[in-house]
Design a binder for this molecule. Structure first.
Ligand code: ATP
Ligand code: MN
Length: 479
């Protein structure tokens, strides 16, 4: 007999027929006459109630049906007489496929803290919260590919091991097969990377952009979606050492087209999740509302999670320049009352507190900040005619801060080389990148969206460690 998933059973597939279901016991309760077993198989946030009559099942048979155990049940799917579910299964047989000792199984009925669940990340998939988060994450990943596919973009797999360190100086993880206790050395005592696996020093990628640019110079519109690594020692709720980034790169796009695409893309993903994972998001919204109750008034959300997502989908993002952003900050009461920890003046990078002020207090919606001072942005961003700023754009989201970083790229060879030299990059090392300017270069633009930050935004999870199955952060790579 073929197994039916709980999601389908709850939608009334095969009513009054014999069905086979398999899953994990969430709870078991009962009395002298009947036992109720809540079973979940991950296909939906909802459990299916299995009714096991005491006259059919002895205490002996049911003793191993405990929270966490894997079971297979055959029975009849019937309309439920109880409250809370439309259908239930009247069991005719129950087989315990895998026991879970109640004395040692860590996930008991009571609610566990997210911190505790991080320590048992291998089991947290089995909670309502993480089931919902990872189903939503899955839907969003699918929506990423769907969006780009519908818009004629080519998915390009850029390398994970890279020899270029132009972008990430100091923040990269080294890749080597050398014996660290006894590395080969040159005559002057330095480590001899010529003897390493690739014959040169290599790292894990911090961005697929450069390879993406190369591909866009032939395929027009491309995107990458892959793991990205940063050895930055940022112990924040928004940084991981290993995260997933989506990086579209488009030939013949300017900064405005780039910003428009990013806005359309973000809205598309949110809409897709709202339409396809409504129950999960409703559950997460309730979870967030509960969590909010324990927070001081001024830290609570003004909108529910669903209201916030619908608001973002239905309203235009605000567009301002960096210079306007600085003016807004300088004129704010917050600044006048000296409530910002970091200095505000033209030329400094916006700190997270500034970004959050703009988004959460001033505009109360996502904001696209454009035209940053060139000295705080990467060398490859296109210089504006004022000589001071570059065609960069960051998208800032409520509760998260920066979610997208992008720019129109510098396509003019001489200016690009001049900028490289100014920041200490040897143009010869970047010969293949420069070839895209040398041969048939054209205006182009792109951006990087941190997938986990986007998942945080949609699920309302406050800590980025709770939206990736096995987070990698400083001092932490268990599992
Ligand atoms: P931040 O200032 O927040 O550290 P960044 O300027 O270093 O971000 P970019 O280099 O522009 O970020 O990377 C593009 C996007 O990747 C960011 O907008 C963000 O969404 C995401 N991102 C960057 N660093 C991390 C990280 N350590 N963990 C998770 N996501 C990240
Ligand atoms: Mn960073």
């Amino acid at each position: 007999m073929q197994r039916t998933k709980v999601k389908d059973l709850l939608q009334g597939a095969e009513v009054d027929k014999e069905v086979l279901l398999k899953g994990w016991v969430r709870t078991k309760r009962g009395n002298k006459f009947v036992n109720f077993i809540a079973v979940n198989d991950g296909s939906t946030i909802n459990n299916l109630q299995v009714v096991a009559d005491a006259e059919k099942f002895s205490e002996e048979t049911l003793k191993d049906v405990t929270t966490g155990a894997a079971i297979a049940v055959t029975g009849t799917l019937v309309a439920s007489q109880g409250k809370g579910q439309a259908y239930e299964v009247q069991a005719s047989s129950i087989e315990v496929l895998g026991k879970a000792d109640p004395e040692t199984y860590p996930l008991q009925k009571k609610a566990h803290s997210l911190e505790f669940l991080r320590e048992i990340a291998h089991l947290r998939f089995r909670t309502n919260t993480f089931g919902a988060v990872f189903r939503v994450r899955n839907a969003m990943a699918f929506a990423v590919h769907k969006f780009f596919n519908e818009n004629g973009f080519v998915y390009v797999h850029t390398p994970i091991i890279t020899a270029s360190d132009a972008e990430g100086a100091g923040e990269m993880f080294q890749v080597t097969t050398m014996d660290l206790n006894n590395p080969p050395r040159t005559e002057d005592g330095n480590i001899n990377f010529e003897e390493d696996f690739f014959g040169r020093s290599t790292n894990l990628t911090v961005s697929g952009q450069m390879e993406g640019e190369v591909a866009a110079m032939a395929l027009s519109d491309i995107y990458t979606f892959g793991p990205t690594f940063r050895a930055e020692n940022s112990n924040t709720t928004r940084h991981l050492a290993e995260f997933w980034m989506i990086e579209p790169e488009m030939a013949f796009y300017d900064l405005k087209m780039n910003a428009d695409l990013a806005e359309e893309f973000i809205k598309y993903i949110i809409r897709y999740a709202l339409e396809n994972n409504r129950e999960d998001i409703e559950f997460l919204a309730q979870r967030q509302a509960e969590e909010d109750k324990s927070k001081p008034q001024n830290e609570r959300q003004e909108m529910t999670l669903i209201e916030k997502l619908e608001f973002v989908v239905n309203n235009d993002f605000e567009r301002i320049t960096y210079t306007e952003a600085i003016d807004i900050l300088l004129n704010s009461n917050h600044y006048k009352k000296k409530k910002f920890q970091f200095d505000v003046k033209w030329g400094v990078d916006l700190q997270s507190e500034h970004e959050r002020y703009l988004v959460e207090k001033h505009f109360k919606k996502p904001v696209i900040v454009m035209d940053y001072p060139k000295d705080i942005k990467s060398f490859y961003m296109r210089q504006n005619d004022d000589g001071k700023t570059v065609a960069a754009m960051d998208i800032l989201a409520p509760g998260i801060g920066e979610i997208v970083g992008g720019s129109q790229r510098e396509e003019r060879m001489d200016i690009l080389i001049e900028r490289m030299k100014a920041v200490g990059i040897n143009p010869d090392d970047m010969w293949w990148f420069l070839d895209t300017r040398r041969f048939g270069g054209c205006p182009h633009a792109g951006f990087g969206l941190g997938f986990e930050r986007m998942v945080q935004f949609v699920t309302g999870m406050g800590n980025i460690r709770d939206v990736i199955p096995f987070p990698r952060t400083p001092q932490n790579a268990e599992f």
